[in-house]
Design a protein around this ligand. Structure first.
Ligand code: APR
Length: 245
């Protein structure tokens, strides 16, 4: 089927409302933040087993902070793109019930989305793993680079590292949203990482139409995706909102 007819099919599904979205790093690449697994992605520069596991952080926090600082630099100069804005528009029009995001760049909130479930946590708060002290982003920014706790140990942003659990509230809200939605937009994710990658399956099992937007097919495309819109998230999401009006 042509992209045009797929677009109108997808727009029809969105018009029914009760839409959920699952987003991954691919929705933010057009904002200048590389994703993780594409060529030139972050995991090519920083091997995840050395930089992104909770064991690595306990073992050598200063080393992990080299990756965190590189990510921080990318996030601080990034702005929401057309895809983030399109999702905010769908929420404004009461068609979108919520976004489950795997991203920690807070670009959905910057675009005006209010119902955002941060499945992999967020860098809006910091914790000391050694004495459990908590700091806001602002407080942490005033405690050196990389930020140290009053007890002298390195602070950790509240983002979920490999080997850590998903914040329980985020897990239950995401599960509820996936079960109750009539359609799920799956935007810019390789769907490689568990348990975020279970959300489209839960939605599909509950009868939702799965609309996948990606530059290339993923393992969802040939299994549970009902409508695959191949292309860049900004362009396709913009065209979808266009097709709705
Ligand atoms: N438009 C649409 N899709 C895109 C674009 C774009 N402009 N750019 C990249 N993509 C797609 C890629 O084809 C890929 O399928 O986005 C996907 C990004 O996949 P990953 O890099 O694996 O990112 P993500 O799925 O978010 O990773 C999940 O893994 O490492 C952990 O915690 C990290 O949250 C992350 C999780």
């Amino acid at each position: 089927m042509s992209l045009k007819s797929d677009l109108s099919k997808a727009a029809l599904a969105l018009k029914r409302g009760r839409v959920a979205a699952l987003t991954g790093a691919g929705i933010s690449t057009e904002s200048g933040i590389p994703d993780f697994r594409s060529r030139g992605g972050l995991w090519e520069r920083f091997a995840p087993e050395e930089y992104a596991t909770i064991e690595a952080f306990y073992r050598d926090p200063a080393k992990v902070w080299r990756m965190l600082e590189a990510m921080e630099k990318l996030l601080s100069s990034a702005n929401p793109n057309d895809a983030h804005k399109a999702l905010a528009t769908l929420e404004e029009r009461k068609l979108l019930d919520g976004i489950i995001t795997q991203n920690v760049d807070m670009l959905h909130q910057a675009a005006g989305s209010r119902r955002v479930i941060e499945f992999h946590g967020s860098s809006s708060a910091y914790t000391c793993l050694w004495c459990d002290a908590r700091y806001s982003r602002e407080e942490a920014e005033g405690r050196g680079n990389p930020p140290l706790c009053r007890c002298g140990r390195h602070l950790k942003p509240d983002v979920v590292f490999f080997g850590e659990g998903i914040p329980p509230e985020a897990m239950s809200m995401a599960d509820q949203l996936a079960k109750s939605c009539k359609a799920m937009l799956v935007v810019g994710t390789s769907a490689e990482v568990y348990p975020a990658n279970q959300m489209p399956h839960i939605a599909s099992r509950s009868g939702a139409t799965i609309i996948e937007i990606n530059l290339e097919p993923t393992h969802l495309t040939s299994s549970i995706t009902d409508i695959f819109l191949q292309g860049s998230a900004g362009e396709v999401m913009g065209a979808l909102v266009e097709a709705l009006s």
